[in-house]
Design a protein around this ligand. Structure first.
Ligand code: ZN
Length: 440
């Protein structure tokens, strides 16, 4: 339904042109519906990091380049949107969150959670605890057209000591119900309360991971402590030995405490590190956290820079709404839960409550360029979707954001998301540009 608008317009226009006696071949069938031009386009493509214009046909990008190459692709039906020097980037991907599943914790009904995410520039979210009941609800939202962004579902197989068995095995790994809802993987919890409680014995974990792996499922595992990482690395290594797969991309969620040998092992097993740049933040004061730190070396904690520099594929997220709960009644205020705040946390290591970072955290800061990858192209790799998401390139989904300023040079927390586009549809438009040509 979404894809047919363009066709209707072309048909109508062809009718008009026939009356005006203009030859129909004056319109190329591939003419874009929309061209954004005169902007700073950060493509997140290494071969062409900067451009000025993006052309969109239906739900896909058809061209990215300089104005002089892209603007002439316009036909009479193409809407030209003058960015006036504003920045366009790929839509952001929140790789680990509970926007919809746990949104009620901060007062969001599902539609409000979706709206809040879009307002912040998220075009894809990975929902990390989608059980059978939540999956039914997501499918219903999708059928109603209310899933205005793209959701990757991770299906839990345990919560604390509660094991849910192989309920997910009746489902098909990486199945897309629609372009907006997809089964991405399974989720398991290895430890809890900052690594003071453990939920698996090694043999049981090995079996679970092997069954999921053998059936084609990506495994995503909550691991905070070094002990939990040991358990998971062992289980993944066994599964990969039994069923070799050079591109399994099993994920570790949180990766809070990691020794050097574990970091090297993560790289050699091809594991993906799924981090929240806001950690440990104010958690440093929580019960259990100082004890976790004391069990090892301080430099093992939240090694975001070491992970990225060592070539472990690293993806970023907010874990909304869990981490913002420290903010109390302000949890849903901007910029909280936004990609720009998360990038700011990665480059400053400041906490949600403004807690100043310690020296060992400062040593683990990322650059803005590195941090932006966590929420775009690398995040797309995290769900095997780098062919359709995460950068601005022909053939990919037209998922993008228009920003008030360039995050590479501006004050990150002052950058405003002016528009959020999902599959070529403008799903969010800031008040102050509503009257401009941007969104009308
Ligand atoms: Zn979570």
């Amino acid at each position: 339904m979404r894809a047919t608008l363009g066709d209707v317009r072309v048909v109508v226009l062809l009718g008009c042109l026939a009356i005006l006696n203009v030859p129909p071949d004056a319109i190329s069938p591939a003419a874009p519906d929309v061209i954004f031009h005169n902007g700073v386009v950060l493509t997140m493509e290494t071969s062409r990091p900067r451009a000025e214009a993006v052309a969109i046909l239906r739900d896909r990008i058809t061209a990215v380049g300089d104005d002089e190459d892209v603007v002439p692709l316009a036909s009479r039906t193409t809407r030209l949107i003058d960015l006036r020097g504003r920045t366009v980037m790929p839509g952001f991907i929140d790789s680990h969150a509970h926007w919809i599943g746990d949104g009620e914790m901060v007062g969001y009904l599902p539609e409000q959670a979706i709206d809040a995410a879009l307002r912040r520039g998220w075009t894809s979210i990975n929902e990390q605890f989608v059980d059978d009941e939540r999956l039914s609800r997501l499918r219903a939202l999708d059928r109603e057209g209310a899933l205005r962004l793209r959701v990757n579902a991770y299906l839990p197989v345990n919560y604390e000591d509660d094991k849910f068995g192989g309920w997910y095995l009746g489902l098909e790994p990486r199945r897309s119900y629609s372009p907006h809802l997809r089964l991405a993987g399974i989720k398991l919890f290895l430890d809890h309360d900052w690594g003071t409680t453990f939920h698996w014995d090694q043999a049981e974990l090995n079996r679970y991971v092997l069954v999921a792996h053998r059936n084609g499922w990506q495994v995503s595992a909550h691991a905070v402590s070094a002990e939990a990482h040991d358990q998971y690395l062992t289980a993944v290594a066994e599964a990969l030995t039994a069923h070799p797969n050079a591109d399994a991309r099993h994920r570790v969620e949180h990766v809070v405490q990691l020794r050097d040998d574990q970091l090297a092992r993560m790289r050699s097993l091809g594991l993906v590190a799924s981090i929240q740049p806001g950690l440990p933040g104010d958690s440093l004061r929580e019960i259990g956290f100082p004890e976790l730190v004391a069990r090892g070396e301080t430099r093992w904690i939240a090694r975001w820079r070491d992970l990225v520099d060592s070539g472990v594929r690293t993806i970023g997220s907010t874990d909304m709404p869990w981490l913002v709960l420290v903010l109390g009644g302000h949890a849903t205020a901007l910029p909280h839960g936004s990609p720009l705040e998360a990038v700011h946390q990665a480059v400053t290591r400041q906490s949600y409550l403004g807690r100043a970072p310690e020296d060992w955290q400062l040593a683990q800061r990322l650059t803005v360029e590195q941090a932006l990858r966590l929420f775009t192209i690398d995040a797309a790799h995290g769900t095997f979707e780098e062919d359709v998401k995460g950068s601005l390139a022909p053939g990919k989904y037209a998922d993008l954001v228009v920003l008030s300023d360039n995050p590479l040079s501006a004050d990150l927390l002052a950058v405003e998301v002016l528009a959020t586009v999902v599959g070529g549809r403008i799903e969010h438009c800031a008040e102050r540009v509503k009257d401009a040509n941007m969104c009308s």
